[in-house]
Ligand binder design. Structure first.
Ligand code: SF4
Length: 447
Protein backbone atom coordinates (compact mmCIF):
# COMPACT_ATOMS: atom_id res chain seq x y z
CA UNK A 1 0.00 0.00 0.00
CA UNK A 2 1.42 3.42 -0.97
CA UNK A 3 2.06 5.87 1.87
CA UNK A 4 2.74 8.90 -0.44
CA UNK A 5 0.69 11.95 0.49
CA UNK A 6 -1.55 13.23 -2.30
CA UNK A 7 -0.35 16.46 -3.98
CA UNK A 8 -1.80 19.65 -2.47
CA UNK A 9 -4.51 21.16 -4.69
CA UNK A 10 -3.12 23.94 -6.89
CA UNK A 11 -4.81 27.22 -6.16
CA UNK A 12 -5.57 29.18 -9.31
CA UNK A 13 -6.32 32.85 -9.12
CA UNK A 14 -9.55 33.79 -10.82
CA UNK A 15 -9.13 35.94 -13.93
CA UNK A 16 -11.13 39.06 -13.19
CA UNK A 17 -12.21 41.95 -15.36
CA UNK A 18 -14.08 45.10 -14.43
CA UNK A 19 -16.88 46.61 -16.52
CA UNK A 20 -17.35 50.23 -15.54
CA UNK A 21 -20.69 51.98 -15.79
CA UNK A 22 -22.60 48.86 -16.68
CA UNK A 23 -26.38 49.13 -16.82
CA UNK A 24 -28.75 47.31 -14.49
CA UNK A 25 -31.98 46.33 -16.24
CA UNK A 26 -33.76 44.86 -13.26
CA UNK A 27 -36.09 47.81 -12.76
CA UNK A 28 -37.16 50.92 -14.63
CA UNK A 29 -34.51 53.07 -12.90
CA UNK A 30 -31.99 51.48 -15.33
CA UNK A 31 -29.01 52.61 -13.22
CA UNK A 32 -26.04 52.98 -15.57
CA UNK A 33 -23.32 53.51 -12.99
CA UNK A 34 -22.76 49.91 -11.89
CA UNK A 35 -19.15 48.69 -11.74
CA UNK A 36 -19.18 44.95 -12.32
CA UNK A 37 -16.35 42.58 -11.45
CA UNK A 38 -16.53 39.47 -13.62
CA UNK A 39 -14.83 36.12 -13.08
CA UNK A 40 -13.96 35.51 -16.71
CA UNK A 41 -13.39 31.75 -16.50
CA UNK A 42 -16.40 30.99 -14.34
CA UNK A 43 -18.55 33.41 -16.38
CA UNK A 44 -20.14 34.98 -13.35
CA UNK A 45 -20.35 38.38 -11.73
CA UNK A 46 -18.69 38.56 -8.33
CA UNK A 47 -19.17 42.25 -7.46
CA UNK A 48 -21.73 44.85 -8.46
CA UNK A 49 -20.61 48.13 -6.98
CA UNK A 50 -23.39 50.77 -6.65
CA UNK A 51 -26.18 48.24 -7.29
CA UNK A 52 -29.02 48.03 -4.76
CA UNK A 53 -30.13 44.78 -3.18
CA UNK A 54 -32.38 43.95 -6.15
CA UNK A 55 -29.69 44.82 -8.67
CA UNK A 56 -27.14 42.65 -6.83
CA UNK A 57 -29.54 39.72 -6.87
CA UNK A 58 -30.09 40.27 -10.62
CA UNK A 59 -26.36 40.21 -11.38
CA UNK A 60 -25.23 37.55 -8.89
CA UNK A 61 -27.98 35.06 -9.74
CA UNK A 62 -27.12 35.15 -13.41
CA UNK A 63 -25.73 31.81 -14.58
CA UNK A 64 -25.47 30.44 -18.07
CA UNK A 65 -27.77 27.42 -17.94
CA UNK A 66 -26.75 24.42 -20.00
CA UNK A 67 -29.65 23.92 -22.35
CA UNK A 68 -30.12 23.03 -26.00
CA UNK A 69 -30.19 26.00 -28.39
CA UNK A 70 -33.88 25.34 -28.81
CA UNK A 71 -36.62 22.81 -28.13
CA UNK A 72 -39.24 21.81 -30.67
CA UNK A 73 -42.14 20.06 -28.97
CA UNK A 74 -39.80 19.33 -26.08
CA UNK A 75 -37.04 17.79 -28.23
CA UNK A 76 -33.60 19.44 -28.62
CA UNK A 77 -33.18 21.30 -31.90
CA UNK A 78 -30.72 23.64 -33.56
CA UNK A 79 -31.42 27.34 -33.97
CA UNK A 80 -31.89 26.83 -37.74
CA UNK A 81 -34.51 24.10 -37.26
CA UNK A 82 -36.32 26.18 -34.65
CA UNK A 83 -36.29 29.32 -36.82
CA UNK A 84 -37.83 27.32 -39.67
CA UNK A 85 -40.58 25.96 -37.43
CA UNK A 86 -41.25 29.39 -35.87
CA UNK A 87 -41.70 30.92 -39.33
CA UNK A 88 -44.09 28.05 -40.24
CA UNK A 89 -46.21 28.70 -37.16
CA UNK A 90 -46.46 32.44 -37.71
CA UNK A 91 -47.07 32.19 -41.46
CA UNK A 92 -49.82 29.59 -41.01
CA UNK A 93 -51.65 31.61 -38.36
CA UNK A 94 -54.64 33.87 -39.04
CA UNK A 95 -54.55 35.68 -35.71
CA UNK A 96 -51.14 35.42 -34.02
CA UNK A 97 -50.41 37.26 -30.79
CA UNK A 98 -47.02 38.87 -30.10
CA UNK A 99 -46.59 39.52 -26.40
CA UNK A 100 -43.92 40.45 -23.80
CA UNK A 101 -41.06 42.71 -24.94
CA UNK A 102 -40.39 44.56 -21.68
CA UNK A 103 -37.21 42.59 -20.87
CA UNK A 104 -35.39 42.79 -24.14
CA UNK A 105 -33.57 45.46 -26.10
CA UNK A 106 -35.15 48.20 -28.15
CA UNK A 107 -33.47 46.75 -31.25
CA UNK A 108 -35.20 43.39 -30.67
CA UNK A 109 -38.52 45.12 -29.97
CA UNK A 110 -38.39 46.79 -33.38
CA UNK A 111 -37.99 43.45 -35.12
CA UNK A 112 -40.85 41.93 -33.10
CA UNK A 113 -43.10 44.75 -34.32
CA UNK A 114 -42.02 44.04 -37.92
CA UNK A 115 -42.78 40.30 -37.55
CA UNK A 116 -46.27 41.09 -36.24
CA UNK A 117 -46.80 43.52 -39.08
CA UNK A 118 -45.74 41.01 -41.75
CA UNK A 119 -47.77 38.19 -40.20
CA UNK A 120 -50.76 40.45 -39.45
CA UNK A 121 -51.59 39.72 -35.83
CA UNK A 122 -52.05 41.40 -32.46
CA UNK A 123 -49.21 43.24 -30.73
CA UNK A 124 -49.24 43.65 -26.98
CA UNK A 125 -46.65 44.21 -24.25
CA UNK A 126 -46.51 43.75 -20.49
CA UNK A 127 -47.67 47.37 -20.23
CA UNK A 128 -51.10 45.82 -20.61
CA UNK A 129 -50.81 44.44 -17.05
CA UNK A 130 -49.06 47.40 -15.38
CA UNK A 131 -49.28 50.94 -16.76
CA UNK A 132 -51.70 50.14 -19.60
CA UNK A 133 -54.22 52.55 -18.05
CA UNK A 134 -51.56 55.29 -18.14
CA UNK A 135 -50.91 54.47 -21.82
CA UNK A 136 -54.61 55.02 -22.46
CA UNK A 137 -54.58 58.24 -20.45
CA UNK A 138 -51.57 59.58 -22.41
CA UNK A 139 -53.57 59.03 -25.60
CA UNK A 140 -56.44 61.09 -24.18
CA UNK A 141 -54.80 63.96 -22.26
CA UNK A 142 -51.07 63.89 -23.01
CA UNK A 143 -48.29 64.16 -20.46
CA UNK A 144 -46.48 67.09 -18.86
CA UNK A 145 -43.12 65.42 -18.56
CA UNK A 146 -39.40 65.78 -17.84
CA UNK A 147 -36.32 63.61 -17.34
CA UNK A 148 -35.22 62.15 -14.02
CA UNK A 149 -32.20 64.46 -14.32
CA UNK A 150 -34.53 67.47 -14.17
CA UNK A 151 -36.24 66.02 -11.11
CA UNK A 152 -32.85 65.51 -9.48
CA UNK A 153 -31.70 69.05 -10.25
CA UNK A 154 -34.94 70.97 -9.80
CA UNK A 155 -37.74 69.23 -7.92
CA UNK A 156 -38.44 70.74 -4.49
CA UNK A 157 -41.85 69.08 -4.06
CA UNK A 158 -42.44 65.39 -4.73
CA UNK A 159 -45.63 63.37 -4.54
CA UNK A 160 -45.28 59.59 -4.67
CA UNK A 161 -48.74 58.17 -5.34
CA UNK A 162 -49.69 54.49 -5.29
CA UNK A 163 -46.15 53.17 -5.18
CA UNK A 164 -43.49 52.00 -2.77
CA UNK A 165 -40.17 53.04 -4.34
CA UNK A 166 -38.18 52.19 -1.19
CA UNK A 167 -38.80 48.54 -1.99
CA UNK A 168 -39.65 48.42 -5.69
CA UNK A 169 -37.07 50.92 -7.05
CA UNK A 170 -34.52 51.11 -4.22
CA UNK A 171 -32.22 53.72 -5.82
CA UNK A 172 -34.95 56.06 -7.00
CA UNK A 173 -34.90 58.07 -3.77
CA UNK A 174 -31.11 58.27 -3.56
CA UNK A 175 -30.15 58.70 -7.21
CA UNK A 176 -33.00 60.60 -8.83
CA UNK A 177 -35.64 62.09 -6.61
CA UNK A 178 -35.57 62.56 -2.85
CA UNK A 179 -32.00 62.65 -1.60
CA UNK A 180 -29.56 63.86 -4.27
CA UNK A 181 -28.18 67.38 -4.26
CA UNK A 182 -29.07 69.16 -7.49
CA UNK A 183 -28.31 72.43 -9.22
CA UNK A 184 -31.39 74.19 -7.85
CA UNK A 185 -31.75 72.05 -4.73
CA UNK A 186 -28.17 72.25 -3.40
CA UNK A 187 -29.05 70.83 0.02
CA UNK A 188 -30.67 67.70 -1.39
CA UNK A 189 -33.27 66.24 0.95
CA UNK A 190 -33.45 69.43 3.05
CA UNK A 191 -34.59 71.41 0.02
CA UNK A 192 -37.40 69.02 -0.84
CA UNK A 193 -40.84 68.25 0.55
CA UNK A 194 -42.09 64.72 -0.01
CA UNK A 195 -45.67 63.48 0.19
CA UNK A 196 -46.63 59.82 -0.03
CA UNK A 197 -50.20 58.86 -0.91
CA UNK A 198 -51.06 55.21 -0.56
CA UNK A 199 -53.62 52.84 0.91
CA UNK A 200 -51.12 51.47 3.43
CA UNK A 201 -48.10 52.66 5.35
CA UNK A 202 -45.23 51.12 3.40
CA UNK A 203 -41.49 51.52 4.00
CA UNK A 204 -41.58 54.56 1.72
CA UNK A 205 -43.85 56.39 4.19
CA UNK A 206 -40.89 56.77 6.59
CA UNK A 207 -39.04 58.77 3.96
CA UNK A 208 -41.94 61.21 3.39
CA UNK A 209 -42.73 64.45 5.24
CA UNK A 210 -46.46 63.93 4.82
CA UNK A 211 -48.23 60.59 4.50
CA UNK A 212 -51.85 60.56 3.30
CA UNK A 213 -53.48 57.18 3.82
CA UNK A 214 -56.18 57.20 1.20
CA UNK A 215 -59.01 54.69 1.51
CA UNK A 216 -58.79 51.87 -1.04
CA UNK A 217 -60.60 52.54 -4.31
CA UNK A 218 -60.85 56.30 -3.78
CA UNK A 219 -57.71 57.67 -5.51
CA UNK A 220 -59.86 59.13 -8.26
CA UNK A 221 -61.94 61.19 -5.80
CA UNK A 222 -58.78 62.42 -4.05
CA UNK A 223 -57.08 63.39 -7.32
CA UNK A 224 -60.23 65.19 -8.46
CA UNK A 225 -60.42 67.06 -5.13
CA UNK A 226 -56.84 68.25 -5.67
CA UNK A 227 -57.83 69.36 -9.15
CA UNK A 228 -60.72 71.34 -7.66
CA UNK A 229 -58.39 73.00 -5.12
CA UNK A 230 -55.87 73.80 -7.86
CA UNK A 231 -58.65 75.74 -9.58
CA UNK A 232 -59.77 77.43 -6.34
CA UNK A 233 -62.93 75.34 -5.99
CA UNK A 234 -63.94 73.93 -2.60
CA UNK A 235 -64.37 70.12 -2.83
CA UNK A 236 -67.66 68.60 -1.72
CA UNK A 237 -67.40 67.64 2.00
CA UNK A 238 -68.41 64.06 1.12
CA UNK A 239 -64.86 63.45 -0.21
CA UNK A 240 -63.58 63.35 3.38
CA UNK A 241 -65.69 60.29 4.17
CA UNK A 242 -64.99 58.77 0.77
CA UNK A 243 -61.19 59.20 0.79
CA UNK A 244 -60.38 59.22 4.50
CA UNK A 245 -58.47 62.50 4.01
CA UNK A 246 -59.75 65.75 5.48
CA UNK A 247 -60.17 68.77 3.22
CA UNK A 248 -57.80 70.64 5.56
CA UNK A 249 -55.08 68.05 4.87
CA UNK A 250 -55.74 68.37 1.14
CA UNK A 251 -55.49 72.16 1.38
CA UNK A 252 -52.21 71.95 3.30
CA UNK A 253 -50.70 69.79 0.56
CA UNK A 254 -52.12 72.02 -2.18
CA UNK A 255 -50.62 75.11 -0.53
CA UNK A 256 -47.18 73.44 -0.63
CA UNK A 257 -47.74 72.37 -4.23
CA UNK A 258 -48.53 75.93 -5.30
CA UNK A 259 -45.51 77.36 -3.47
CA UNK A 260 -43.11 74.85 -5.03
CA UNK A 261 -40.72 75.93 -7.77
CA UNK A 262 -40.78 72.53 -9.47
CA UNK A 263 -43.08 69.69 -8.48
CA UNK A 264 -43.32 66.09 -9.66
CA UNK A 265 -46.01 63.45 -9.17
CA UNK A 266 -44.55 59.97 -9.51
CA UNK A 267 -47.30 57.40 -9.68
CA UNK A 268 -47.30 53.63 -9.51
CA UNK A 269 -49.51 50.63 -10.06
CA UNK A 270 -51.34 51.26 -6.79
CA UNK A 271 -53.03 54.02 -8.75
CA UNK A 272 -53.25 52.52 -12.24
CA UNK A 273 -54.47 49.06 -11.33
CA UNK A 274 -57.14 49.98 -8.80
CA UNK A 275 -60.71 51.17 -9.27
CA UNK A 276 -60.79 53.90 -11.88
CA UNK A 277 -57.68 52.67 -13.71
CA UNK A 278 -57.16 54.95 -16.74
CA UNK A 279 -59.43 57.57 -15.16
CA UNK A 280 -57.03 57.65 -12.20
CA UNK A 281 -53.99 58.11 -14.48
CA UNK A 282 -55.89 60.74 -16.41
CA UNK A 283 -56.76 62.59 -13.18
CA UNK A 284 -53.08 62.68 -12.16
CA UNK A 285 -51.90 63.81 -15.60
CA UNK A 286 -54.50 66.57 -15.71
CA UNK A 287 -53.71 67.61 -12.12
CA UNK A 288 -50.07 68.15 -13.20
CA UNK A 289 -51.36 70.13 -16.18
CA UNK A 290 -53.63 72.24 -13.95
CA UNK A 291 -50.76 72.97 -11.56
CA UNK A 292 -48.81 74.61 -14.37
CA UNK A 293 -51.18 77.60 -14.00
CA UNK A 294 -49.36 78.18 -10.68
CA UNK A 295 -45.84 76.81 -11.08
CA UNK A 296 -43.94 74.05 -12.91
CA UNK A 297 -45.35 70.54 -12.34
CA UNK A 298 -44.84 67.22 -14.09
CA UNK A 299 -46.27 63.70 -13.69
CA UNK A 300 -44.38 60.50 -14.48
CA UNK A 301 -45.32 56.84 -14.11
CA UNK A 302 -42.92 54.66 -12.10
CA UNK A 303 -42.14 51.82 -14.50
CA UNK A 304 -41.19 48.33 -13.38
CA UNK A 305 -39.40 46.18 -15.97
CA UNK A 306 -36.00 47.25 -17.31
CA UNK A 307 -37.19 48.13 -20.81
CA UNK A 308 -40.96 48.36 -20.57
CA UNK A 309 -40.58 52.05 -21.39
CA UNK A 310 -38.64 51.04 -24.52
CA UNK A 311 -41.50 48.73 -25.50
CA UNK A 312 -43.96 51.64 -25.18
CA UNK A 313 -41.68 53.89 -27.21
CA UNK A 314 -40.94 51.41 -29.99
CA UNK A 315 -44.54 50.25 -30.33
CA UNK A 316 -45.81 53.86 -30.22
CA UNK A 317 -43.37 55.20 -32.79
CA UNK A 318 -44.05 52.22 -35.08
CA UNK A 319 -47.84 52.08 -34.84
CA UNK A 320 -49.00 55.25 -33.08
CA UNK A 321 -50.25 53.34 -30.04
CA UNK A 322 -48.46 51.85 -27.03
CA UNK A 323 -50.04 48.36 -26.62
CA UNK A 324 -53.21 46.37 -27.42
CA UNK A 325 -52.89 46.80 -31.20
CA UNK A 326 -54.18 44.73 -34.09
CA UNK A 327 -52.31 44.80 -37.42
CA UNK A 328 -54.51 42.25 -39.20
CA UNK A 329 -55.99 44.75 -41.65
CA UNK A 330 -52.60 46.10 -42.68
CA UNK A 331 -52.92 49.20 -40.52
CA UNK A 332 -52.85 49.57 -36.72
CA UNK A 333 -56.04 49.50 -34.66
CA UNK A 334 -55.83 50.25 -30.92
CA UNK A 335 -58.44 48.80 -28.65
CA UNK A 336 -57.50 47.68 -25.13
CA UNK A 337 -60.01 45.07 -24.00
CA UNK A 338 -60.36 43.78 -27.56
CA UNK A 339 -56.74 43.44 -28.71
CA UNK A 340 -55.00 42.98 -25.35
CA UNK A 341 -53.39 39.60 -24.74
CA UNK A 342 -55.46 38.22 -21.88
CA UNK A 343 -58.61 39.09 -23.83
CA UNK A 344 -57.61 37.57 -27.17
CA UNK A 345 -56.41 34.47 -25.36
CA UNK A 346 -59.28 34.09 -22.89
CA UNK A 347 -61.81 34.46 -25.73
CA UNK A 348 -59.95 31.76 -27.66
CA UNK A 349 -59.25 34.04 -30.64
CA UNK A 350 -55.46 33.84 -31.01
CA UNK A 351 -54.37 30.82 -33.07
CA UNK A 352 -50.61 31.20 -32.45
CA UNK A 353 -48.34 33.19 -30.15
CA UNK A 354 -44.87 34.72 -30.17
CA UNK A 355 -43.80 35.42 -26.59
CA UNK A 356 -40.61 37.38 -26.02
CA UNK A 357 -38.89 37.58 -22.62
CA UNK A 358 -42.06 37.17 -20.63
CA UNK A 359 -43.89 34.47 -18.71
CA UNK A 360 -47.66 34.84 -19.18
CA UNK A 361 -48.25 31.22 -18.09
CA UNK A 362 -47.24 32.35 -14.58
CA UNK A 363 -49.49 35.34 -14.28
CA UNK A 364 -52.36 35.43 -16.80
CA UNK A 365 -55.88 34.36 -15.84
CA UNK A 366 -56.69 30.64 -16.12
CA UNK A 367 -58.79 30.81 -19.34
CA UNK A 368 -55.97 32.76 -21.07
CA UNK A 369 -53.36 30.26 -19.86
CA UNK A 370 -55.48 27.29 -20.95
CA UNK A 371 -55.83 28.72 -24.44
CA UNK A 372 -52.14 29.68 -24.71
CA UNK A 373 -51.19 26.11 -23.79
CA UNK A 374 -53.48 24.77 -26.52
CA UNK A 375 -52.15 26.79 -29.51
CA UNK A 376 -48.77 26.66 -31.28
CA UNK A 377 -46.39 29.09 -29.62
CA UNK A 378 -42.85 30.39 -30.08
CA UNK A 379 -41.08 31.51 -26.91
CA UNK A 380 -37.76 33.34 -26.49
CA UNK A 381 -36.39 33.24 -22.94
CA UNK A 382 -33.02 32.79 -21.22
CA UNK A 383 -34.77 30.60 -18.63
CA UNK A 384 -37.01 27.56 -18.84
CA UNK A 385 -40.09 29.52 -17.78
CA UNK A 386 -43.58 28.08 -17.39
CA UNK A 387 -44.38 29.58 -20.81
CA UNK A 388 -41.27 28.04 -22.39
CA UNK A 389 -42.34 24.65 -20.99
CA UNK A 390 -45.61 24.67 -22.97
CA UNK A 391 -44.11 26.21 -26.12
CA UNK A 392 -44.06 24.43 -29.46
CA UNK A 393 -40.72 26.13 -30.13
CA UNK A 394 -38.67 27.39 -27.18
CA UNK A 395 -35.47 29.31 -27.95
CA UNK A 396 -32.72 29.64 -25.37
CA UNK A 397 -31.48 33.22 -25.48
CA UNK A 398 -28.74 35.31 -23.93
CA UNK A 399 -29.68 37.80 -21.22
CA UNK A 400 -29.96 41.42 -22.25
CA UNK A 401 -27.66 43.78 -20.42
CA UNK A 402 -25.51 41.01 -18.94
CA UNK A 403 -24.66 39.13 -22.18
CA UNK A 404 -26.35 40.96 -25.04
CA UNK A 405 -25.69 44.59 -26.04
CA UNK A 406 -28.31 47.06 -27.19
CA UNK A 407 -30.37 49.97 -25.90
CA UNK A 408 -33.00 50.26 -23.19
CA UNK A 409 -35.21 53.17 -22.16
CA UNK A 410 -35.20 54.41 -18.59
CA UNK A 411 -38.60 55.12 -17.05
CA UNK A 412 -38.27 58.78 -18.11
CA UNK A 413 -37.93 57.80 -21.81
CA UNK A 414 -34.18 58.40 -21.90
CA UNK A 415 -32.34 55.75 -24.00
CA UNK A 416 -29.39 54.12 -22.24
CA UNK A 417 -26.77 51.85 -23.88
CA UNK A 418 -26.01 48.44 -22.37
CA UNK A 419 -22.47 47.32 -21.53
CA UNK A 420 -22.57 43.52 -21.30
CA UNK A 421 -20.37 41.73 -18.76
CA UNK A 422 -19.50 38.60 -20.74
CA UNK A 423 -20.58 36.65 -23.79
CA UNK A 424 -23.15 33.90 -23.76
CA UNK A 425 -23.06 30.81 -25.98
CA UNK A 426 -26.70 31.57 -26.84
CA UNK A 427 -28.01 34.01 -29.43
CA UNK A 428 -29.69 37.25 -28.49
CA UNK A 429 -33.40 37.99 -28.98
CA UNK A 430 -32.38 40.38 -31.74
CA UNK A 431 -30.46 37.71 -33.67
CA UNK A 432 -33.24 35.12 -33.39
CA UNK A 433 -36.08 37.52 -34.19
CA UNK A 434 -34.18 38.92 -37.18
CA UNK A 435 -33.69 35.38 -38.52
CA UNK A 436 -37.41 34.61 -38.06
CA UNK A 437 -38.40 37.86 -39.76
CA UNK A 438 -36.06 37.18 -42.70
CA UNK A 439 -37.42 33.64 -43.06
CA UNK A 440 -41.01 34.94 -43.08
CA UNK A 441 -40.21 37.57 -45.72
CA UNK A 442 -38.26 35.08 -47.84
CA UNK A 443 -41.26 32.74 -47.94
CA UNK A 444 -43.79 35.51 -48.47
CA UNK A 445 -41.79 36.88 -51.40
CA UNK A 446 -41.35 33.41 -52.90
CA UNK A 447 -45.05 32.56 -52.77
S1 SF4 B 1 -32.64 50.67 -8.55
FE1 SF4 B 1 -33.28 49.22 -10.13
S2 SF4 B 1 -31.92 49.58 -11.87
FE2 SF4 B 1 -30.97 50.57 -10.06
S3 SF4 B 1 -29.57 49.01 -9.24
FE3 SF4 B 1 -31.55 48.76 -8.16
S4 SF4 B 1 -32.67 47.22 -9.36
FE4 SF4 B 1 -30.99 47.95 -10.65
Amino acid sequence: MSTATPPAPVETKPELKVIEDATCTFCGCVCDDINLTVDVNEKRITKAQNACVLGKAWFFNHHIEERPEALIEGQPATYEEAIDRAADILLNSKFALTYGLSDTTTEAQRVAVAITDWSGGCLDTTTTVCHGPSGMAFQRVGEVTCSLGEIKNRADFLIFWGGNPAESHPRHFTKYSLMPKGEFVPNGRKDRTAVLIDVRKTKSAKAADIFLQVKPRSDFELAWSFRALAKGIEPDPSVEEKTGISIDQMKEVMEGMKKAKFGAILFGMGLTMTRGKHFNSEAILTLARDMNKHTRWVAKPMRGHGNVTGADNVVSWSTGYPFGINLGRGYPRFNPGEFTSTDVLARGEADAALIIASDPMSNFCQPARDHLASIPSVVLDPKMSETARVATVAFTTSTYGINAPGTVYRMDDVPIPLRPAFESPYRSDLEILTAIKNKIRERQLAS
